[in-house]
Design a protein around this ligand. Structure first.
Ligand SMILES: [Fe+2]
Ligand SMILES: [Fe+2]
Length: 178
């Protein structure tokens, strides 16, 4: 998706921050649900999931602060992201390690490509604070994505899950950017 100047009263940079804020809340919820399920069924996944959720909480905080400095309004998709995150987290972790990895890879892969497009736009409009906020999370998301892709098998289930997760993630971003 190419980011362009807004056609309403909310600047594109603010929309980007809001949509990322909602997305980070969704990510926290995904990892929270996966941690709950893995506490019972898949304890070997806990260390990495606990690391990831620390990153996602920091990302949430970064965008929370930047939004508060602007208009302080949350994205309309904020709670939808939370709910969707719990749903994806539960379903993926009930499918085991491959389910978790395919969910992580699909979400983070989509996120990373959006972040890169956002950075191009923010540089072009010279919004230094928004640019810094977005670039401060990029390396974490890339490492989450790479972890997801390591040892990911290309079974039908994994492909289907990736397809759904990618679709939902992209839909949420497009909805939030309206
Ligand atoms: Fe994140
Ligand atoms: Fe992430």
């Amino acid at each position: 998706m190419i980011y362009k100047d807004s056609n309403n009263h909310i600047p594109t940079a603010t929309k980007i921050l809001k949509v990322n804020h909602a997305g980070e809340f969704g990510a926290v919820c995904i990892y929270r649900a996966q941690i709950w399920v893995c506490t019972i069924f898949n304890r070997k996944m806990l260390p990495v999931l606990n690391d990831f959720i620390v990153d996602e909480r920091r990302h949430l905080q970064v965008f929370d602060e930047e939004i508060s400095r602007r208009n302080g309004v949350r994205c309309k998709s904020y709670y939808f992201c939370g709910l969707g995150g719990y749903f994806l987290g539960f379903v993926s972790s009930l499918l085991g390690t491959q389910g978790i990895k395919s969910c992580t890879f699909a979400v983070e892969h989509t996120v990373v490509s959006h972040l890169k497009e956002q950075l191009k736009y923010l540089k072009q409009v010279d919004d230094v604070h928004a640019f810094e906020a977005v670039s401060s999370i990029l390396a974490d998301e890339e490492s989450h994505r790479d972890y997801g892709s390591e040892g990911l098998e290309s079974t039908r289930l994994v492909k289907f899950l990736s397809y759904v997760v990618k679709g939902v993630t992209t839909g949420v971003i497009k909805f939030g950017m309206r």
